[in-house]
Design a protein around this ligand. Structure first.
Ligand SMILES: NC(=O)c1ccc[n+]([C@@H]2O[C@H](COP(=O)([O-])OP(=O)(O)OC[C@H]3O[C@@H](n4cnc5c(N)ncnc54)[C@H](O)[C@@H]3O)[C@@H](O)[C@H]2O)c1
Ligand SMILES: [Zn+2]
Length: 344
């Protein structure tokens, strides 16, 4: 069991068999809205809510990112009002990153802000989405509308996360490896050695500590926080152009960023990174994709400023920086993952 604090605000509990009292913690709420999705998250939320008796009620939102919309936000706020939720009451989000992103946004705007606790039920949720206070919903673009606001509490139940299949753990493992690459060499070693069998408690705690340390210095992403986007420049382009999952996309993106890092900064752990990615069952090369489309998407990347594409690079494991990347380096980085030519 571990307890840590993120941003001076969020109490993060990591342990086994969290019950309703632990989830509610020190909240004196009269009513608790359990926000969740169908399937396993819903089952967990129902169990926790049942233990609260009449104080708790359930709000089930559509599955996955379909929950992250202004329409669902409006509907959920209406349900909260109808249930008489007041400012001293509590929202508990039980689910993956989609549920916590929505619940965090709703909790930030309902009555100008009420308390919210997260119970992440995916590994990606535990190591990434639940940590750092980014909330929001999608419009034409992903996460176009949202606010920065930390949850009061995050309850990481290792029994829930330990029950996830290897395939379900992979996207979270990709983000954990990313966290290791930008901030914790020991975390990289664990994943290199054991892949998806690495001790989940240690992986989660270490990944959270990396993100927490960055977010503490740059909550609103004025600068440093961008290093958490390591692998995400090429990754996001692939996610859009090749329609692969986020974890797979950033795995390939890290390989590309590793090559750019080697060329510009003398980064010497490219092979280790590639081996760790493969050990996790994640791809080290892109599927067949239109290279021009990828380049166009890179040009539109939000980290691009003043016409110069910017990428997160590593001087070494644990030593990231954001830098302008020239055209030849972009080409070499893409070629390293098989975009626009055979893998070199
Ligand atoms: N706020 C942030 O900083 C941040 C960071 C990363 C990602 N995100 C967001 O998180 C979302 C992705 O999160 P995700 O990967 O957790 O996906 P998700 O929340 O969409 O969940 C994926 C699927 O898994 C199901 N699920 C959840 N828990 C389960 C369990 N224990 N067993 C079986 N199935 C389960 C969900 O119902 C859903 O169908 C995206 O919307 C993304 O934008 C936010
Ligand atoms: Zn990511």
């Amino acid at each position: 069991m571990a307890e840590l604090v993120v941003g001076g605000v969020t109490a993060v509990w990591i342990g086994h068999r969290a019950d309703a009292a632990l989830v509610r913690a020190d909240s004196a709420a009269q009513r608790i809205a359990y926000m969740t999705q169908p399937g396993i998250p819903g089952t967990i939320a129902r169990r926790l809510a049942a233990a609260e008796g009449a104080a708790a009620f359930l709000i089930e939102v559509p599955d996955g990112d379909a929950a992250k919309s202004l329409a669902v936000t409006e509907e959920v706020c209406g349900r909260l009002a109808a249930a008489g939720m007041e400012r001293g009451d509590l929202i508990v989000a039980v689910g993956g990153g989609a549920v916590t992103d929505l619940a965090g946004f709703v909790a930030a705007v309902y009555l100008r802000g009420i308390r919210v606790h997260y119970v992440p039920t995916t590994l990606l949720g535990a190591v990434d989405a639940a940590i750092g206070g980014k909330t929001g919903v999608n419009l034409e673009a992903k996460n176009l509308v949202g606010v920065f606001r930390h949850p009061a509490r995050v309850i990481v139940d290792l029994d829930i996360l330990g029950a996830l299949s290897p395939a379900a753990r992979r996207p979270g493992a990709a983000e954990a490896l990313k966290a290791g690459m930008v901030g914790d060499a020991e975390l990289v070693r664990l994943l290199e050695r054991d892949g998806l069998d690495a001790p989940i408690d240690e992986v989660i705690e270490r990944a959270i500590r990396v993100k927490a340390a960055v977010v503490e210095q740059d909550f609103r992403e004025a600068g440093l926080r961008a290093v958490l986007n390591y692998g995400h420049t090429v990754g996001h382009a692939l996610e859009v152009a090749a329609r692969i999952g986020h974890g797979e996309a950033i795995a390939v993106g890290m390989v590309a960023a590793g090559r750019a890092s080697a060329l510009l900064l003398g980064f010497d752990a490219e092979d280790r990174q590639r081996a760790a990615i493969a050990r996790l069952g994640l791809p080290i090369a892109a599927p067949a994709v239109d290279a021009d489309r990828i380049r166009a998407l890179l040009g539109a990347d939000k980290k691009r400023s003043g016409g110069v594409p910017r990428m997160v690079l590593l001087a070494a494991i644990g030593n990231p920086l954001v830098a302008a990347v020239d055209d030849a380096t972009v080409t070499a980085a893409l070629t390293a993952v098989g975009i626009g030519g055979p893998i070199r």
